[in-house]
Design a binder for this molecule. Structure first.
Ligand code: AMP
Length: 287
């Protein structure tokens, strides 16, 4: 097995696999793999006969001032790690292979689900994500596709796109993998200085504070505004933290909610910059 770079090679591999009686799991990534990505690959391997992993730093989901050029890349290491975790192929296409030069089509999910949270700070981001995921689904034609709860909004949007467009793929969302101290794994963590890294644990810490408060007996413990304040106060204790957003929204639709209600999932989500590095984290709150 080797790294597959073209859709023609991928097509040939799919043909040679006699897919009629085999299921194919697919894990799309931007590479620089870590244990979070590998957990998706292992889950895909456990649930399918074959696993395809893509490594593609998608230019259309980056704004011009963002880190597309400097995004960490190491395909040889990614290839080795993906294979060890159970990948049968690693698809590593050039940009022209995904976006044919005359391409002028995009796929966009509209509404609250793409406008809130990261959609507010990164207006073109999710259109780039849904477009590339569509192209990849059409090329790879998986039975199941694996996404991380780490990017909770992305996972909700992909699920909605799959439902809305009747795409014949089962979307599986896997839990967030964290460092021992609680920091959610991310390819962008390598950008953090040691000082920033030590302060970045306030993201998971703040979400834990909200969870603790929610399970307390306080009168206003279910108030979304109160929980947002608790999260904010915890993060603001860190001198290097610059808050992009803190919000608590309906866990399926991302509509605003005033209170955490029993039987309804709420998503507490944060985005915080440390220096130039923007980190996100989230937690499902339920009572
Ligand atoms: P990325 O390479 O950042 O585009 O991520 C590829 C996939 O890995 C996405 O579905 C992410 O949600 C998922 N992922 C990234 N970090 C984690 C993590 N810490 N735990 C679980 N999944 C993750």
């Amino acid at each position: 097995m080797s790294i597959i770079k073209t859709t023609a090679e991928l097509e040939a591999w799919l043909g040679s696999m006699n897919r009629r009686d085999k299921t194919l799991g697919f894990v799309p990534t931007m590479g620089y793999l870590h244990e979070g990505h590998l957990s998706l690959i292992r889950e895909a391997k456990a649930q399918n006969d074959l696993v395809a992993v893509s490594v593609f730093v998608n230019p259309t989901q980056f704004a011009p001032e963002e880190d597309y050029e400097s995004y960490p890349r190491d395909i040889d290491r990614d290839y080795k790690l993906a294979c060890e975790a159970g990948a049968d192929i690693v698809f590593y296409p050039e940009v022209d292979e995904i976006y044919i030069p005359s391409s002028s089509t995009a796929v966009e999910v509209t509404g609250d689900i793409t406008k809130k949270l990261c959609g507010a700070s990164r207006p073109a981001h999710f259109k780039g994500v849904t477009t590339v995921v569509n192209v990849l689904f059409n090329i790879v034609r998986p039975d199941r596709a694996y996404f991380g709860q780490k990017d909770a909004q992305q996972a909700l949007i992909i699920k909605k796109m799959v439902r809305d467009l009747h795409i014949p793929v089962e979307v599986v969302v896997c839990p967030i993998v964290r460092e021992a101290d609680g920091l959610a794994l991310s390819s962008r963590n390598v950008y953090l200085t040691p000082h920033e890294r030590s302060q970045a644990i306030c993201l998971s810490g703040s979400l834990q504070k909200a969870e603790d408060y929610l399970s307390s007996e306080a009168d206003d413990c279910r108030s979304a505004a109160r929980l947002i304040k608790i999260i904010g106060e915890h993060i603001q204790c860190q001198s290097l933290a610059s808050i992009d957003y803190i919000n608590i929204l309906d866990g399926e639709t991302l509509e605003d909610i005033e209170h955490i209600e029993s039987g309804r999932k709420a998503l507490a989500a944060v985005a915080v910059k440390f220096g130039k590095t923007r980190l996100i984290d989230n937690r499902i709150l339920s009572i």
